[in-house]
Design a protein around this ligand. Sequence first.
Ligand code: DGT
Ligand code: MG
Ligand code: MG
Ligand code: MG
Ligand code: MG
Length: 268
Amino acid sequence: MAKSKFEYVRNFETDDTCLKNCYIVVRLDGRNFHKFAEQHNFMKPNDDRALGLMTCSARSVMEDLDDIIISYGQSDEFSFVFKRTSNWFKRRASKLMTHVASQFSSSYVFYWKDYFGDQPLLYPPGFDGRVVLYPSNRNLRDYLSWRQADCHVNNLYNTVFWTLVQKGGLTTTQAEDRLKGTLAADKNEIMFSEFDINYNKEPLVHRKGTTLIWEKLEETVTKSVKLPNEAGEEVLVTRTRRRVSAHHCDVIGNQFWEEHPNILEDDN
Ligand code: DGT
Ligand code: MG
Ligand code: MG
Ligand code: MG
Ligand code: MG
């Protein structure tokens, strides 16, 4: 077929193939969720409906797109890790990122009412995305540790801040002043001595965020088989299914990775 004279414009497309052997991380973050949370009456500091909807949307991303081995979310963000050998969409960064962002956003809207019931979605939420490549297991683990440490620091601050406001009767400005220059130990101490709150007993989902991984399930089902010239017969067959499971545990230390040795591929 003869090429049209317009064909040359294709050459303006830039190559954004992700480097081989690297884990491809796509991180999404809610656009202006400070305002979105206010307008949709999110509970402070943590709204379990909102966190549940984020996790549900991330689950849809993992189930509907290929090659995502683990994802981690907290607050208004979720990170998705593609296996290092993935060749999905020829590893084109823009394809991977936009598929993740659009699948996530449409799921967030689609499943909204399952989490927020009668409370209406007032306007279409958006999520930004970025792609980062990590060449080693250490780098990838440090990336996830970084996000979980961020979850911890923010949640500790937000928990004590809103305790001072909601239970201590401080204004937000007073609470801010009270916390200026305090270290983690001081924040724990304020909660413990003044409000009888042991931070370490706060819900894990708030302190550790949510990690989604694939889990293998052995499933036994009855199947009717019919051999030629014979009557139908019911037989038991075992098959392995995989499903996404959610964990709210530490991913910084070694234990999680030792318990799930198949998530990461060898470095060499
Ligand atoms: P951005 O990402 O630059 O477009 O702006 P934001 O406003 O999304 O900022 P970001 O992503 O740094 O911070 C997340 C915001 O989302 C933060 O202001 C608090 C809000 N948010 C997230 N989860 C919850 C929640 O469970 N409850 C409440 N009340 N707010 C939440
Ligand atoms: Mg931001
Ligand atoms: Mg945001
Ligand atoms: Mg954020
Ligand atoms: Mg197309």
